[in-house]
Design a protein around this ligand. Structure first.
Ligand SMILES: Cc1ncc(COP(=O)(O)O)c(C=O)c1O
Length: 423
């Protein structure tokens, strides 16, 4: 794309946290894969709800009516984010909780000997609920990772699928190392054998455009706190699939249909408002950058168009910084990157180890210079600890980009890692 210029000043001025300093140095928030920072508009929306509209739903008085209207508005905004209809948007406590609720509902109709497929590259949030079914005689198979590319082994996936497979759970992007998986053909194969599909887009959502209609999945989970929102989960559930599932619900008459049949208890209305404001923040970025993406935006209109443009702009801004990070880090003696080869799809998340050094020590060294990064397994336990066997050396060091980061953050980080290796 020609002459792309990201409106960085406009983005950065919306994050009050960016004024933070550590030991006299500006904070570099490279911890996004654990949760991004939150723009002012999201916090203001949450406050506004709590101050002026706070009530429970289903009353006939004004604050209750406003609460329901705000909840519906938020469903419509998230529907534009996922490319689905509002009744297919489900709000919940977290993606892990949504996954457990989903799997336990599906499992009511599974029997001993049925099979489910998970993957070695996934977060435990997307594996543990299905692994728990082993105690009921359900067979759990995990797709291996090709360690020459850090991508899923498609032949292994195909060999594990059969007409016994009832559920397939795959992440769209791996939070451990940023690998993006081409989930669409995997979903098609799963549907051919009659399996339901659960896509974990928790890491993916902050970096790439989600289009649930295009990939055709039954379910997709993500978490608003990974894309500038509050700590909560939000999920897509295909209407016709959710209609059939026997969800775990309070036995009342007003929660028998999607989406309410999945949402147990009083919703967290303030966070739902914040979640929609986070998507509006992305849409606002989109409005400022639409001219750069005429081809990609063809046929789109309204909020969906703004959101798609926003995600494309975020990716276009982050990709060169991530590439510089990968290129320069790879030159450091003893440093090993765990990213897929250049040219394969990946998010702007970069993970590495340094021979003979503990990942936690690197993170502490960077933290003292105001550079915030994550170390450990990030609950991607199978790939980090069991496949790569990195537990003893503290797992991976993970650097994650967000649209408020700068090339200066990247340069400082590279320099700090070089200095760490020298000492
Ligand atoms: C890829 C991925 N899946 C699932 C989760 C769990 O999300 P939540 O904290 O909302 O349960 C995370 C959190 O880090 C994640 O990165």
């Amino acid at each position: 794309m020609k002459d792309f210029r990201f409106d960085l000043d406009h983005v950065r001025e919306q994050f009050p946290c960016l004024c933070k300093t550590v030991n006299g140095l500006p904070a570099a928030f490279l911890d996004g894969p654990g949760g991004t920072q939150v723009p002012r508009s999201v916090v203001e929306k949450i406050n506004d709800y709590m101050f002026y509209h706070n009530a429970n739903a289903h009353g006939c008085f004004v604050t209750s009516l406003e609460t329901m209207a705000l909840q519906q508005e938020a469903r419509e905004t998230l529907a534009a984010f996922f490319n689905c209809s509002a009744s297919e948007v489900i709000f919940g406590e977290s993606s892990s909780t949504n996954n457990f609720k989903l799997v336990f509902a599906i499992a009511r109709d599974l029997k001993e000997g049925d099979e489910v497929i998970i993957t070695d590259i996934d977060h435990e949030s997307n594996r543990s609920p299905l692994r728990t079914l082993e105690e009921r005689g359900i067979i759990v198979k995990s797709v291996r990772v090709d360690l020459s590319t850090y991508t899923l082994d498609m032949e292994d996936y195909k060999s594990k699928l059969s007409d016994k497979t009832k559920v397939v759970a795959i992440n769209w992007a791996a939070n451990a190392n940023g690998t993006i998986t081409d989930v669409k053909p995997m979903i098609e194969l799963a549907h051919k054998v009659g399996a339901l599909t659960i896509i974990d887009a928790v890491h993916y959502a902050a970096h790439q455009v989600i289009d649930v209609k295009d990939i055709g999945t039954d379910f997709l989970v993500t978490s608003a706190y990974k894309f500038f929102g509050p700590h909560m989960g939000v999920m897509y559930a295909k209407h016709e699939t959710l209609e059939k599932i026997r969800t775990l619900r309070v036995l009342a008459d007003d929660n028998t249909m999607p989406p309410e049949k999945f949402e147990t208890g009083t919703p967290n209305f303030e966070h739902i408002c914040g979640c929609a404001a986070a998507v509006d923040f992305i849409a606002d970025i989109g409005k400022r950058h639409e001219a750069y993406f005429p081809e990609e935006l063809k046929g789109l209109s309204g909020k969906r168009k703004d959101i798609v443009a926003g995600m494309l702009a975020i990716d276009a801004y982050e990709a060169p910084m991530a590439k510089k990070l990968r290129t320069e880090l790879a030159k450091i003696p003893g440093l090993k990157l765990y990213t897929s080869p250049e040219g394969l799809p990946k998010t702007s998340t970069v993970s590495f180890t340094i021979q003979g050094r503990n990942a936690h020590d690197i993170a502490e060294f960077l933290a003292a210079r105001g550079i915030f990064v994550w170390d450990g397994d990030f609950y991607a336990i199978e790939i980090t600890n069991h496949v790569l066997k990195l537990e003893e050396q503290g797992g991976l060091l993970r650097i994650g980009l967000a649209p408020y980061n700068t090339m200066e953050d990247i340069d400082r980080t590279i320099e700090a890692v070089e200095d760490f290796v020298k000492q």
